[in-house]
Design a binder for this molecule. Sequence first.
Ligand SMILES: [Zn+2]
Length: 170
Amino acid sequence: MKILINGINAGLRFSAAHIIPAHETCGCIHGHSYFVDIEIKGEKEGEYNFVVDFKIIKSIVKELCYSLDHRLLIPIYNDKMDFKGMDKDDLSIESFLKHDSIQFKIEDKVYTIPKDDCVLLPLKYSSAESLSEYFVEKLYDALKNHKNIKSISACVNEGIGQGAMFTKNL
Ligand SMILES: [Zn+2]
């Protein structure tokens, strides 16, 4: 059995800006109105014979969407982003939070962005591919006690007709 949640209809959406460093067209700061579809496979169980309550999944994913909404997504492990004042071998979200702004260089472009305008992500990229893995890992952490779940998939859409899906089999 599987359950499906359609991100557009269920309101699992966020708008954010990102950069794909050194990419010909996506290398400039630009934005998307994202929506996130979720698919969860597993055995039905419990008092109501659910795979998992839709309400639980929607609340986790909505909170994740909210945490990314109206921000610039910064993948701190990207090797084309040279972060000022940071030790490349010891990057952590905590070390960035000591600064008021996030400063980085990509090739010959220099950026200084207020910290409050950014979301720091423990990722190499902020592509739909990487974001779908991020959503799945966060869901996996939140659903660890649901032993009946066999797989978790998230499709992060950058707009209608274009998304990346990642599946974690448990
Ligand atoms: Zn993009």
